[in-house]
Design a protein around this ligand. Structure first.
Ligand SMILES: Nc1ncnc2c1ncn2[C@@H]1O[C@H](COP(=O)(O)OP(=O)(O)OP(=O)(O)O)[C@@H](O)[C@H]1O
Length: 573
């Protein structure tokens, strides 16, 4: 089945920051994991997973930012920022299958279609709207949330942005008709649809504590020119969220494709291996219902109240899940374009490399909480962990003193499991024969490592589904720490005599095959560095998928791994 993961489409009113990288990274992790762990991931087609991201390009904020930045049209302004967002994705190894822009013609057609369906079904009406409008948030706030400022202006207490009194004719969506259906959905039919449960409880509380008001879904053209026209009414433009949310369907095809479940072909816009790849979506209805949205908690209401209500009103099935994450903070407050308190991902990548940034973000976050982004921790992390623990372990085994390739050939031709190899080669008391001082620690270590690596693929599946990324990455470190301890304990470089050759080879084979497995499994997390580790071990591309992530699955690698003068894979620049 073809599943689909989405990021929010970001608002291109300024350059992207770490928060955008984070949402994209979570989606990329899920996508890459799905591709690598699906059967036959290296066959060209069909693709087993889709990942779409992009930009929400219409609206008043963009219209105003374009003027402020001296662009002759909003389109030219968003074109310039689209380049920045795509550059960020490329530098961050975000391997999407489509980068959708709400100015794309197929999306505009879909928005017309969504509007028409909701209209025909009787959920759109025209009315006069009076209230307090925030240009920055592009939304009205109730009187109860408005306070007067000392300078005579007004602001809302929810987001603290300025509001102005506004009185205009708008089209309204009958959101109030969906209150009980939404409660029923989250309470009974699809209890896991909002994940983690903390956010579902928050939305349910909101739905139960106050009546939903109908939602204004258009703006008069006098105020908003940069938007999609309301069908059959040239005086109004469609509200940016009604337009933007529809991207999630446009990115995999048309609403008609989904409703009629007719096969659809979309182009892959990815910058990776085959950028012109055509993707066949055999069953768009199924793919749509297997779509997961990743969103920051700031836009939870739009995705869990407005979006399902629009879909219900149009008679379109709902997506599978909305995964919500917390915010990266900069000195205690949410990093945001509007506030300008942002960390530039490109600066970070130039200083520390993309793998360090990806790993840092995943290891120091969890969905439920906000997290402080502390730049200086990235350097310590790279030095101590990637170079000191991971790179060094591979580097040691690739010393010209050993021959990994011989060891690979020796231990992969027998039918024995790695456990049995240890039992037969270290059958006699180990401390006297092999300089291993602590026989019980030795046995416990190799058994723990084997067990942890055997269960890692299935543990990883669960932890990626639930996005428990810190827990997952700690699991990697625990295995690497044990391998480092194992090599310190066994000191294979001291096993020099011909009688010790087998023992030395087994120790080296065990460590390096464990590193090969870890490198394969780390590809969704750090695709660039994992690729470099696998290159260093001469593992061919066809044997880097999940089915090779077990002991003895690759029977011929590391051909030149121990040649003199091969540079270390990761260095401190
Ligand atoms: N500080 C952050 N931490 C985590 N994710 C973030 C952060 N800021 C933005 N995002 C991601 O981007 C989405 C919002 O995109 P948007 O382009 O509106 O970013 P923004 O910086 O909040 O913009 P603005 O300040 O203009 O409102 C969030 O839902 C989340 O997915």
């Amino acid at each position: 089945m073809l599943s689909h993961i989405t990021t929010p489409i970001f608002y291109p009113n300024a350059k992207p920051h770490i928060g955008h990288v984070y949402s994209s990274l979570l989606a990329d992790l899920i996508h890459r994991h799905a591709l690598l762990s699906s059967p036959k991931p290296h066959s060209n087609k069909p693709l087993t997973h889709l990942f779409t991201t992009g930009l929400d390009e219409h609206g008043l904020k963009i219209q105003q930012a374009a003027i402020k930045n001296n662009f002759s049209t909003p389109k030219k302004f968003v074109d310039s920022l689209a380049v920045e967002f795509k550059k960020m994705d490329k530098l961050c190894d975000i391997n999407y299958t489509r980068f959708i822009r709400t100015t794309d013609q197929d999306h505009v057609e879909n928005v017309y279609k969504l509007w028409s369906l909701v209209f025909q079904n009787g959920y759109i009406y025209k009315n006069t709207h009076e209230g307090w409008y925030s240009v920055s948030d592009e939304t009205f706030y109730p009187e109860s949330k408005i306070i007067k400022q000392p300078d005579g202006s007004y602001k809302n207490t929810e987001t603290n942005t300025s509001v102005i009194p506004s009185n205009e004719s708008n089209y309204f969506f009958k959101l109030s008709s969906f209150q009980s259906q939404l409660i029923e959905l989250y309470e009974k039919t699809a209890q896991n649809m909002i994940y983690p449960p903390k956010y579902r409880d928050f939305i349910l509380h909101e739905l139960k504590s106050q009546p939903l008001k109908d939602l204004s879904i258009s703006r008069p053209v006098e105020r908003l020119v940069w938007g999609i026209d309301v069908p059959n009414d040239p005086t109004q433009k469609i509200y940016v969220w009604f337009d933007a949310l529809c991207n999630y369907i446009s990115s995999i095809g048309s609403i008609n494709n989904v409703l009629e479940n007719t096969p659809n072909i979309v182009s892959s816009h990815s910058f990776s291996a085959d950028p012109t790849h055509q993707i066949i979506i055999p069953s768009p209805a199924e793919t749509w219902q297997n779509t997961t949205h990743i969103v920051g908690k700031d836009i939870i209401r739009f995705h869990t109240i407005y979006w399902p209500a629009f879909l219900m009103a149009a008679g379109i099935p709902l997506p599978k899940q909305v995964i919500v994450h917390g915010h990266w903070l900069s000195e205690g407050t949410k990093m945001s374009k509007s506030k300008g308190n942002v960390v530039d991902p490109i600066d970070c990548i130039e200083k520390f490399g993309i793998d360090t940034l990806r790993w840092y973000l995943l290891q120091n976050s969890n969905l439920k909480n906000d997290n402080d982004f502390i730049l200086k921790n990235l350097m310590d992390f790279k030095k101590i962990s990637f170079v000191g623990k991971w790179g060094n372990l591979i580097h040691r085994c690739c010393s010209p003193k050993f021959s990994i390739h011989d060891a690979v050939l020796k231990f992969t031709t027998s039918n024995k499991t790695i456990q049995e190899d240890f039992q037969s080669i270290f059958s006699s008391p180990v401390d006297s024969e092999s300089n291993i001082q602590n026989a019980s620690q030795f046995k416990e270590l190799y058994q723990t490592i084997i067990k942890d690596l055997e269960t890692l693929p299935s543990d990883m599946k669960v932890m990626i589904e639930t996005l428990e990324t810190a827990k997952l990455l700690n699991k990697f470190w625990s295995i690497i720490d044990n391998l480092n301890q194992f090599i310190q304990l066994t000191t294979p470089w001291k096993l020099k005599s011909p009688e010790d050759l087998q023992k030395r080879n087994l120790i080296i084979y065990f460590v390096i095959d464990s590193m090969r497995i870890l490198s394969i499994l780390s590809q969704p997390i750090i695709p660039n560095l994992a690729g470099m580790f696998l290159d260093r071990l001469d593992v061919v591309k066809e044997r880097r998928s999940w089915e090779f992530a077990a002991y003895k699955k690759d029977i011929d690698y590391a051909v030149d791994a121990n040649l003199k003068n091969r540079p270390p894979t990761i260095q401190m620049e």
